[in-house]
Design a protein around this ligand. Structure first.
Ligand code: ZN
Length: 123
């Protein structure tokens, strides 16, 4: 996982949705296995990537959750809390597993700075 590229993606997605509005806060949901990403590093990367954009002062909230792994052997669906669970099913040890759901980063919500013209601009 390359945090820098990921942060660029997050900032790009935020700016696309913001459409020039000033961003007050961003809530990002990311699916990571184990310790692939350090939230502090991600937040710092976000700061760097957002510098000079309408999102530069945005407060970033990073919600991490493990990706789900489905096992074709026993049918178990397990949250992959460590890297090992991505290659072998924790309940049965089977290796015919599939990582499902989002394994990337999703911009869940964006809060905009109150605009002088419109009272409520919340996404
Ligand atoms: Zn299994």
């Amino acid at each position: 996982m390359h945090e820098t590229g990921m942060c660029d993606e997050i900032v790009e997605a935020v700016l696309r949705r913001a459409g020039g509005r000033r961003v007050a806060a961003v809530r990002v949901r990311a699916a990571f296995a184990g310790h692939e990403a350090d939230p502090a590093v991600v937040e710092q990367g976000f700061r760097v990537a957002a510098a000079g954009t309408p999102a530069q002062d945005a407060r970033m909230e990073l919600v991490t959750e493990p990706p789900a792994v489905s096992c074709r052997d026993c049918g178990a669906r397990t949250p992959a809390t460590d890297a090992l669970a991505l290659v072998a099913c924790p309940p049965c040890g089977g290796v015919d597993v599939e990582v499902s759901g989002d394994t990337g980063v999703v911009v869940e919500s964006i809060t905009y700075e109150p605009d002088v013209l419109t009272s409520e601009v919340r996404s």
